[in-house]
Design a binder for this molecule. Structure first.
Ligand SMILES: [Zn+2]
Length: 432
């Protein structure tokens, strides 16, 4: 049975799980560790341990829990209170929270990977449920919190040709035929010919015998892919959106990440995890373009000392909003959406006040008689870095954040409900 969480302003606190994957930044150098510690003083950070990911959401692998409901999982709460998601989200996503919000701290490169489309994910899950555990797609948005480096999408063919031309080991590994094909496609105007040549040459690399790769690229197995994929550098606040079939690998740095609630990854190389090279090679988008073209440009709104940057990718499952409140600003009115949101304060501090003006029917559940202040981030609770809360969907929830906040706030939530054929928004909010 699901307990009711009755929050007076539709906001309640979450405790979030984290992952100690080996590629994570170690100890307090990790943004994940810093946020964990700041948000929950009882957590002690071990300086030798990697803190790779903080998970905010309902995914069964690391579910968030609600302290004010005696540690009930957010998933159970959502199941018992589906109206708290907001009507459009509830209807479109079958009563489940459609997104997973994360903080990542990357020290060592992650595997080269891509995520399947919805239709492809369904097919993979049916064929191989052990390795593809759910039938959902997994579009991702990564927004840098610190200088962030990754591989993303194929390079323009001219760049690939220049590498192959100058690096004889690369020619050896690809083979004479594919090298010649790549060279001739380099001057072709036909995009299909160009894509095919890149696909053939990249396929030859990825299928290459590990011994040969070790010989040609000692100590750097998998590193050859940088000759084919863009190396992308994100400064704080810059973002990439990883749509289906786009090859990518995170190399270093900290970021916010929002994705559809799924774990479907098709991997090749740079990983001890399950590798499915043939599936990856078949699904990839081989259209090359410059690294800068892969950056996602948010819409920016400025008003009364507050800067709002909205990242709304062309999918229904999520959007992310960053809110930057000037240090001089004494209050800010946070308006919720048609979707439940998850909020994380990344930096600064402030106070949340009740200040409810009106609730639509979608937020009736979870609104009302909450008493006490056990972890509820409203009623003058102070919020600071690392605090994570859930905002229940509603049309006007006048949550006022007031006080000493200097810095940025980022908000992530599900897509907006933008008229007919529009998208359902559900996401998270991030203060930075
Ligand atoms: Zn990914």
């Amino acid at each position: 049975m699901s307990r009711q969480v009755q929050a007076p302003c539709g906001v309640f606190e979450l405790n979030c799980a984290y992952q100690n994957y080996a590629w994570g930044k170690v100890g307090s150098s990790s943004e994940v560790a810093k946020l964990l510690k700041s948000g929950n003083a009882s957590v002690s950070i071990e300086e030798q341990t990697p803190y790779a990911e903080l998970w905010m959401g309902t995914h069964p692998s690391a579910p968030s829990t609600i302290p004010m409901a005696d540690g009930q999982s957010l998933a159970d709460w959502v199941q018992g209170n589906p109206d708290g998601l907001g009507k459009p989200v509830r209807e479109r996503f079958g009563g489940a929270l459609p997104f997973l919000f994360k903080v990542l701290s990357v020290q060592k490169s992650l595997s080269i990977q891509a995520h399947p489309s919805k239709a492809h994910a369904e097919e993979l899950h049916k064929r191989d449920p052990t390795n593809y555990r759910d039938p959902n797609h997994k579009p991702e948005m990564a927004i840098a919190l610190t200088n962030f480096t990754g591989l993303c999408g194929f390079r323009p063919i001219q760049e690939i040709v220049a590498f192959v031309d100058n690096i004889s080991q690369l020619q050896t590994v690809i083979g004479a035929d594919k090298t010649a094909g790549l060279m001739s496609a380099g001057s072709s105007d036909n995009p299909d010919v160009v894509r095919e040549a890149i696909a053939e040459a990249f396929g030859a690399l990825m299928r290459q015998n590990k011994d040969i790769l070790d010989r040609e690229f000692p100590g750097d197995v998998g590193g050859f892919s940088v000759f084919f994929l863009n190396v992308i550098h994100l400064k704080k606040g810059e973002a990439i959106f990883l749509e289906a079939n786009l090859p990518h690998a995170y190399l270093s740095g900290d970021c916010m990440e929002c994705m559809a609630c799924s774990d479907n990854v098709v991997r090749a190389g740079l990983t001890p995890k399950f590798i499915d090279t043939e599936t990856l090679l078949q699904m990839l988008n081989y259209t090359g373009k410059p690294a800068e073209d892969n950056k996602y440009q948010p819409s920016v709104f400025k008003e009364n000392g507050v800067t709002i940057r909205r990242f709304t990718p062309p999918i229904a499952d999520f959007s992310v909003t960053e809110i930057l409140v000037d240090a001089a600003q004494t209050s800010f009115n946070l308006q919720t959406m048609d979707s439940a949101s998850i909020i994380i304060c990344i930096a600064g501090s402030g106070t949340l006040n009740g200040g409810i003006k009106k609730y639509s029917d979608v937020v009736v559940v979870g609104v009302g008689r909450m008493v006490g202040d056990g972890g509820v981030v409203c009623s003058d609770d102070v919020v600071g870095a690392g605090d994570v809360g859930v905002v229940i969907a509603g049309d006007v929830v006048g949550v006022v954040i007031a006080g000493d906040m200097g810095g940025v706030i980022s908000v992530g939530s599900a897509g907006d409900m933008v008229g007919a054929g529009g998208v359902v928004g559900a996401g998270g909010i991030v203060w930075t």
